[in-house]
Write a protein that binds this ligand. Structure first.
Ligand code: GLU
Length: 395
């Protein structure tokens, strides 16, 4: 794309990375100190934007990578944000609600100076949800002395969350898969689907693609996966997971591993868990015709090349999962204007933006004869470079 090397130099590193210590008095009376971080990559178009992830293995390099992906993602869908990401090294599965609340509030306090409705707007990510966003909203607002719902997105509806936000990432993923399927002349009705990860993204992706008549033959979570060639009802599987803590053991299914799930003979594969799942090692065995990346970074660059050569159509994360941040943007706009839109209005706007972004990326994919990820990068970096060049370097 002949990107100006100065711009590349500029965008290689985040503008700011803040690492904070978070002392929390645990339920047993002892103090435990957690590490939290917020990375702000670039903000050419507007406030930094991106989720906060709670995970035992999260680290600064990962959060940096996730922050630049947010810059690229917001540029691909053309919403006026930069990119950021946050993380706290913790295992939320081993913590009480009380401990998680104290951790979240202390983190909000520690990053207070660098977030704000016009500075940096956090959102949910892996193992965080509406509940944590409500605590962030409350902590920030108490410090300001007035309600500031626009400081964070992905909130519960009762405190200014947007209708449709919960399903938004998955809705966007399914829209882009549907557009890809049209190009490949693959009928979604009857198509077989495997979904890796059964959190907010994986679960709703399964539910929404099933509405097109696709068959969910396999799903998984961190405990393992389940497989039934005749298909499962994702809502029923969720009931089982809520009762037992995992999808594993769902009646009428065969237990498989997460690695096996990826290599199943299916039409559509939706990785919706963590990074680095499709690698040079397993990429040659991927049989899906379409990979729709609900997760961030599930495919390595080496795997990308292999999949492209093998004719697997990959809808890359920065396009496929951009529906989440797109509806976050709508939530922020609703909060700033003190309005609330109907679910139909949100979904219609999401549909338009996703289809437009898909078409723009697909056009570059055809013109430049590169895979969809490179095409999406080209679309994004053209926009970012233009904005950076127009603004110039201060001072
Ligand atoms: N964590 C989500 C993502 O990776 C959503 C970010 C947001 O809504 O700001 O895109």
């Amino acid at each position: 794309m002949n990107l100006n090397p100065d711009i590349l130099e500029l965008l290689k590193n985040p503008k700011r990375a803040l690492v904070v210590s978070l002392p929390v008095r645990m339920d047993n009376g002892r103090i435990k100190v957690f590490t939290g971080m917020r990375v702000q990559h670039w903000d050419a178009f507007g406030p930094f934007k991106g989720g906060i992830r709670y995970h035992p293995q999260v680290c600064l390099d990962e959060v940096k990578a996730l922050a630049i992906w947010m810059s690229i993602k917001t540029a691909v869908v053309g919403i006026p944000y930069g990119g950021a990401k946050g993380g706290i090294i913790c295992n939320p599965k081993e913590m009480s609600v009380n401990e998680l609340e104290h951790l979240t509030r202390r983190f909000t306090h520690e990053i207070m100076d660098i977030i704000g409705p016009y500075r940096d707007v956090p959102a949910p990510d892996v193992y965080t949800s509406e509940r944590e966003m409500a605590w962030i909203y409350d902590t920030y607002s108490e410090a300001q002395g007035y309600a500031v719902p626009e400081v964070v997105t992905g909130k519960p509806i009762s405190v200014g969350g947007s209708l449709g936000r919960r399903e938004a990432t998955s809705r966007g993923t399914v829209i882009t898969i549907r557009e890809a399927a049209k190009r490949l002349k693959l009928n979604l009705k009857g198509a077989s689907v495997a979904v890796q990860g059964f959190g907010n993204v994986g679960y709703y992706a399964a539910v929404l693609i099933a509405e097109y008549g696709s068959k969910i033959v396999a799903v998984s979570d961190s405990q393992g996966g389940i497989y039934n060639p005749d298909g499962v009802n994702p809502k029923k599987v969720m009931e089982h997971k809520n009762k037992t803590g995992s999808v594993v053991g769902y009646p009428g299914t065969k237990q498989i591993s997460n690695a096996e799930l990826l290599e199943l003979d299916v039409d559509i594969l939706i990785p919706a868990a963590l990074e680095n799942q499709l690698l040079a090692e397993n990429a040659p065995r991927i049989k899906a015709k379409i990979v729709g990346e609900g997760a961030n970074g599930p495919t390595t660059p080496e795997a990308d090349e292999i999949l492209y050569k093998n004719g697997v159509f990959v809808v890359p994360d920065i396009l496929a999962n951009a529906g989440g941040v797109t509806v976050s943007y709508m939530e922020w706009v609703q909060n700033l204007t003190r309005e609330s839109w109907s679910e139909d209005e949100v979904n219609t706007k999401l549909e338009q933006r996703m289809v437009q972004a898909f078409n723009e990326v697909y056009q570059v994919y055809q013109q430049e004869k590169v895979h969809m990820r490179t095409a999406a990068y080209i679309v994004a970096f053209r926009r970012i470079a233009e904005a950076v060049e127009a603004r110039g370097i201060f001072p």
